[in-house]
Design a protein around this ligand. Structure first.
Ligand code: C2E
Ligand code: MG
Ligand code: MG
Ligand code: MG
Length: 285
């Protein structure tokens, strides 16, 4: 079964992990110390400008390979890492490794690649996170504009005042803020007004049927105009077909990411892509 699901999928048993209590305990056991054993790896999914077709950045997506459990998807282990209190250590490892990678790309003359890192609400709620971001940017001498943070609505819901303060601080130093999975959480348009958001990400669930469902098409178009009217950029997630691409570029969406252009790549494969300077053929759409 795992095999037939293709290369980017995971062993079957992980699908029910997180609900089975024994699996949860196994994950908890293995998660503790996974950073120290160097079991994590950051993959990079290109983000592409829909006007020029150029690769303008990447989203950092965490991968965990554990000798006992195999490949555990982030959809499973992130929630458990939050529950068991490992998320801060893991999240800081991601920030560190992304900044080291940005520095390596700059040193190699590959330009100022902009990378967006997903930050869990739990990590975000901690006072040490913003100073950590500032410190890691300094340590690798990276312009804050090269770093983005992706948060979800639920990440900021717990303590909105604190979230506003932290995001404002990050934005003030030049880190850009994206609101991930927009439209799937307990969305309140009030958040868009209160939070210093630079980018709205249209969730994949609206992109999937954007060409066949009138309501998804209407939602996508509305999110694009909402973002633009609020002077935000908008990125569509999970673009898989050329028809979806055509719809999005026709309706003035700024950027896309998705399997149509590229799956998340290892740092090495992403580096190769930067060398190739591959662009998206918007015309072909
Ligand atoms: P997300 O931030 O919304 O990331 C987008 C997810 O969609 C990724 O799944 C990505 O691989 C997948 N994706 C992108 N394009 C396509 C496409 O065209 N088709 C399909 N079917 N999928 C596509 P992934 O890597 O499994 O990550 C799942 C979630 O785990 C992420 O959702 C994010 O919420 C969380 N996550 C991943 N890495 C991190 C991390 O470093 N820290 C935290 N806190 N969360 C992370
Ligand atoms: Mg994301
Ligand atoms: Mg998302
Ligand atoms: Mg998601």
């Amino acid at each position: 079964r795992a095999k037939e699901m293709g290369r980017d999928h995971y062993a079957f048993f992980t699908e029910r992990m997180g609900s089975d209590i024994r699996d949860k305990l196994a994950v908890q056991q293995q998660l503790r110390g996974a950073v120290g054993r160097d079991e994590f790896e950051v993959h990079y999914q290109p983000q592409v400008c829909l006007r020029t077709g150029a690769m303008v950045g990447a989203e950092a997506l965490l991968r965990w390979h554990n000798p006992t459990l195999g490949r555990v998807p982030p959809g499973v282990f992130i929630a458990l890492a939050e529950e068991y209190g490992f998320i801060t250590a893991i999240g800081e490892w991601v920030l560190e490794s992304v900044c080291a990678q940005i520095r390596a790309w700059q040193d190699a003359g590959l330009g100022n690649i902009k990378v967006a890192v997903n930050l869990s609400g739990k990590q975000f709620a901690q006072d040490r996170t913003v100073p950590f971001v500032e410190a890691v940017l300094r340590r690798y001498a990276i312009a804050p504009a090269c770093l983005g943070i992706e948060i979800t609505e639920s990440a900021v819901m717990g303590d909105p005042d604190k979230a506003v303060a932290a995001l404002t601080r990050l934005k003030d130093i030049g880190v850009s803020i994206s609101l991930d999975d927009f439209g799937t959480g307990y969305s309140s348009l009030g958040y868009l007004k209160r939070f210093p958001i630079d980018v709205l990400k249209i969730d994949k669930s609206f992109v999937d049927d954007v060409c066949t469902s009138c309501s998804d098409a209407a939602i996508a178009r509305s999110v694009i105009s909402l973002a633009h009217n609020l002077h935000m950029r908008v990125i569509a997630e999970g673009v898989e077909t050329r028809e979806q691409l055509a719809f999005l570029s026709e309706h003035d969406c700024d950027e896309m990411q998705g399997y149509y252009f590229s799956r998340p790549l290892t740092a090495q494969a992403f580096t190769d892509l930067l060398h190739e300077k591959r662009t998206l053929d918007i015309g072909a759409a």
